[in-house]
Ligand binder design. Structure first.
Ligand code: AMP
Ligand code: MG
Length: 399
């Protein structure tokens, strides 16, 4: 069976021929990925500006006992007065420095005596003057294409007077759960064999959280024809179709058959991982089909492992789930020779991650409650075995 590492390589090797971009108003861009470089078209500040409240003067004039106040320049007004020998201009934070002045002496350093100031404490040359281009210089690349837009990017882009931005479109992810036993939330139960679906809801949340646009298609029974119809409908409306259930070896597991019969390129079917070994990923044209297993914990983990990177890939950016090192606070029992992904409790103390398995249940891959709390996924490869307290391990950070 395909190793986990190889399955991820296959995902990474996929070439995206045409990224989809759109223009959005700046304040709609939070969480989107930038599709253009942001380059400063001006110097900031464009002119020398005062960084404190005080008096703009010539550095050499601090040798004089007293300097005459020749004018005042509030922020937002152009300054006419030229600072010559023996004079100063009252200047505020954000005001343009008057011509002729090279230094700002703060209010706290002088005593005002009528129209004169007496200098009590000198400051170095150029004190409290923001130089041209201090913030950024014209032509400087400030934000690179591929950056996810967060609050700092919004602020800097606003300061550049950029109103609309080219961003990668968030891929639409159609979500379809399969299983004749499934009830959607609010639906009335009519027999004891029915269970409440969680998969299509958790997937909608995952897609939303990790930068996709969910298209909820609900639950559908184990009927091959209905599945085929729903899948092609979903594919038509989205960039990625993600299904749950029906990829295993049961008599009613039709999803895999439908995907096989769709004339799609099967990237892989079956990976040596626990949970989720029946995972299936296919590509049809420029679109993707991700067939996840039905068990709630398996569906969740495999969505994090395969769907989330695909969502990032379609936006030409790196996956938001990162692998970091942590220290085991409890022994870890490896239960198989597969790559295992085990829910653990995560804590951060003095700059180090620690993990343990307190209150985590051992059982089938149906135990979704193991994903509650400050959770991370402990990653162990095929060749790794059980581990002792204090050992360094790899975890996936889901933040
Ligand atoms: P399957 O992969 O279809 O064989 O399903 C495996 C197990 O996962 C079965 O016990 C199903 O009842 C359960 N399951 C399937 N779909 C869902 C779902 N949408 N939400 C919660 N559990 C599910
Ligand atoms: Mg099923």
């Amino acid at each position: 069976m395909l190793s986990f590492e190889r399955s991820i390589e296959i995902l990474n090797e996929i070439q995206i021929n045409q990224y989809q971009t759109q223009k959005l108003y700046l304040m709609e861009c939070l969480g989107y990925v930038l599709a253009e470089d942001i380059i400063a078209d001006h110097n900031s500040p464009a002119f020398p500006v005062s960084a404190m409240d005080g008096y703009a003067l010539r550095y050499d004039d601090m040798e004089l006992e007293r300097v005459r106040i020749a004018g005042i320049t509030p922020a937002g007004f152009e300054v006419e007065t030229v600072v010559e020998k023996g004079v100063c201009v009252k200047t505020f934070t954000g005001s343009l420095m008057p011509k002729g002045a090279d230094t700002l002496i703060p209010i706290e350093n002088v005593t005002v005596e009528g129209e004169m100031i007496k200098i009590n404490q000198k400051v170095p040359f150029g004190f409290a003057v923001r130089a041209v281009g201090e913030n950024y210089a014209q032509g400087e690349k400030l934000i690179a294409r591929g950056t996810t837009i967060d609050f700092a990017q919004i602020g800097v882009i606003a300061s550049l007077n950029i109103v609309t931005l080219a961003v990668y479109k968030k891929p639409t992810v159609a979500i379809l759960s399969t299983g004749s036993e499934l009830l959607e939330i609010g639906e009335t139960q009519t027999n004891d064999a029915q269970i409440r679906s969680s998969n299509n809801y958790i997937l909608e949340a995952i897609v939303q959280k990790y930068g996709g646009k969910p298209l909820q298609m609900g639950c559908i029974g184990d009927d091959k024809q209905s599945i085929a119809k729903a899948l092609s409908q979903a594919l038509y409306q989205s960039d990625i179709v993600v299904t749950t259930g029906g990829v295993s070896v049961g008599d009613f597991d039709f999803v895999k058959d439908v995907i096989f019969e769709m004339d799609a390129e099967i990237l892989f079917k079956g990976v040596d991982i626990k949970p989720g070994q029946h995972i299936m990923v296919a590509k049809k044209g420029e679109k993707f089909i991700v067939g996840l297993p039905g068990f709630a914990y398996s569906a969740t983990v495999t969505a994090l492992l395969y769907l989330v990177p695909l969502i990032s890939k379609l936006q030409n950016t790196r996956c938001k789930i990162q692998k970091v090192k942590a220290i085991l606070e409890e022994p870890f029992v490896k239960r198989s020779s597969k790559s295992e992904f085990t829910a653990c409790n995560l804590s951060l103390r003095e700059g180090r991650y620690y993990v343990n398995f307190r209150d985590k249940k051992v059982g089938t891959s149906a135990i979704l409650t193991n994903m509650l709390g400050e959770v991370a996924l402990l990653v162990t490869s095929q060749t790794e075995s059980s581990k002792q307290v204090g050992e360094s391990v790899e975890i996936l950070l889901l933040a």
